[in-house]
Design a protein around this ligand. Structure first.
Ligand SMILES: [Zn+2]
Ligand SMILES: [Zn+2]
Length: 505
């Protein structure tokens, strides 16, 4: 869900400064109406199927899992329709241009952009509001549902799903609008035509680095109090060399069994365990979930995701540059305008992120699962592992490679609780994490098969090498292309080298 909200904001930044000349709808009344009609219809549909889901959960207990599965799928589709509405509003109607031109809204940089997103954001809030009865019904069916009132439930989701991404991204949109509208001022004072972009990049980087601190306060969190659990987790941190600023309890009012790690740098890195997770799991299971989050840090998953973002940016700019070249000059092959080229570039992002990012993310999750199992496996005492295990009970008596069966069993138990208590059917597919059932099966299989563990480790190594190679090759090609192209070379000298020289003199 977070990625969808990020995509909505990204579209705002992508929007060219003017509405395309041939928009489908240009009347201001119709534009406004259509922008709000989309969330209204989505909320109405959600209300209709919420009723059905609730009555089915009440009457047919045996089909509860299937009912919840279809509920998650349908609400997921509605959220995608909401997001598509933002795209349609931005690129097919005259709505953005009308809002930007409005004298009331343009008093503050970024306000027209935020107004454009308002129907989407209200649509999200509306969906939580109308689907709330499913929470109640799934609690009655034995899953973890909210005990709070409808209002508290919506506020909780707004804080945890929406604000956490919307606050930093709104700041970026405001910075974007402010630098864009005052472009002349920035250029004049720095002497670089690229100064507005540099300021925006700086703001975004700072926000990215301090975002864990923001998150600590947007979500309701508190430090994990001293006690056996904290001692155990701190001992684990010391054993695996993990540095975190604090271990936090994520107060969800018992609504959520979840854990998360935030932050690249140790000083602003937190590991969060939700209240319901701590209440429902044994210490070993909590340790294994903590180990999963630590695995993301240990295996550098966030930096590799940043490399993926860089690689996809290079690919898309490459495609757009190629199309621009082929659409210019006397022997142009195509006659594509700027708008069209941008649309193709954006369309290329969809398979890159939709397919490649999801695939890599699911592999990284499994690697973190393996690490979580490793953290929960017996370390000083081989005899503590009572299961047939390829690490501790290897046939030749040597400690083997791979995943310990006891550790795997602990983590699989934790996963089962996550699925059951959160009301996630284990077989429900997940684009970023893969289904819980498949993760359980994968870990169990690995704990009995050291060759499989080795193959998996090799696969992850290859993914990482491939990402590094893509970025490196992309950067070298970009560097060579820019250096070879006289126009770009002049731009770089004028916009970067000379202002830098002036700055340091
Ligand atoms: Zn994870
Ligand atoms: Zn073992």
């Amino acid at each position: 869900m977070h990625l969808q909200i990020i995509a909505a904001f990204a579209m705002l930044l992508w929007w060219p400064d003017q509405s395309p000349p041939d928009v489908w709808v240009s009347s201001p009344v119709w534009c406004t109406l259509l922008a709000w009609l989309n969330p209204a219809i989505c909320i109405l549909l959600a209300r209709i199927f919420t009723r059905k889901v609730v009555s089915r959960l009440r009457t047919d207990q045996a089909a509860a899992t299937r009912t919840l599965n279809s509920f998650h799928r349908k609400s997921g589709i509605l959220r995608l329709i909401l997001l598509a509405g933002v795209g349609a509003d931005l690129f097919l109607t005259g709505h953005p241009g009308q809002l930007m031109a409005s004298s009331y809204l343009s008093v503050l940089p970024g306000l027209p952009q935020m107004f454009l997103l308002l129907p989407y954001l209200m649509g999200m809030v509306g969906l939580w509001w109308v689907t709330f009865p499913v929470e109640r019904a799934s609690r009655d069916a034995g899953f973890l549902g909210s005990t709070s009132t409808r209002f508290e439930y919506v506020v909780f989701n707004v804080r945890h799903q929406l604000l956490i991404v919307a606050i930093p991204l709104s700041l970026i949109v405001i910075a974007y609008a402010a630098t864009h509208e005052n472009r002349a001022w920035f250029v004049q004072h720095t002497g670089s035509p690229w100064a507005p972009e540099a300021v925006l990049g700086f703001v975004a980087t700072v926000l990215f680095i301090v975002s864990p601190v923001l998150l600590r306060y947007i979500w309701s969190t508190s430090p994990l109090p001293p006690g056996p659990l904290r001692d155990r987790l701190e001992a684990l941190c010391a054993r695996i060399g993990l540095r975190v600023s604090d271990i936090l309890i994520w107060n969800s009012g018992g609504q959520l069994v979840n854990a998360a790690v935030m932050g690249i740098f140790p000083r602003v890195r937190y590991i969060m365990l939700s209240d319901a997770l701590i209440d429902s799991m044994t210490e070993e299971e909590t340790e294994s979930v903590f180990g999963h989050e630590a695995g993301h840090v240990h295996h550098h998953h966030i930096p590799f995701f940043l490399l993926f973002a860089l690689a996809s940016m290079l690919v898309v700019s490459g495609i757009m540059e190629l199309l621009t070249r082929m659409s210019q000059g006397v022997d142009a092959i195509w006659e594509l305008d700027r708008q069209m080229i941008q649309t193709i570039g954006m369309a290329a992002l969809l398979p890159l992120w939709g397919i490649c990012f999801g695939w890599i993310s699911r592999r990284f999750e499994r690697q973190a699962d393996v690490y979580g199992a490793w953290c929960a496996s017996p370390h000083d005492d081989n005899a503590a592992c009572k299961l047939p295990c390829c690490v501790h009970n290897d046939i030749d008596g040597q400690p083997g490679e791979g995943v310990c069966a006891t550790g795997a069993q602990t983590f699989v138990g934790a996963l089962r609780k996550v699925a059951f208590l959160n009301g996630i059917p284990p077989t429900e597919p997940s684009w970023r994490h893969s289904s819980i059932a498949s993760r359980m099966a994968f870990l169990t299989a690995q704990s009995g098969d050291s060759m499989m563990a080795l193959r998996f480790a090799r696969k992850i190594r290859n993914i990482k090498r491939c990402l590094l190679a893509c970025c490196l090759v992309g950067l070298i090609i970009t560097g060579a292309y820019v250096g070879w192209h006289p126009g770009y070379r002049r731009d770089i000298v004028r916009s970067v080298v000379e202002p830098m020289r002036r700055l340091f003199n």
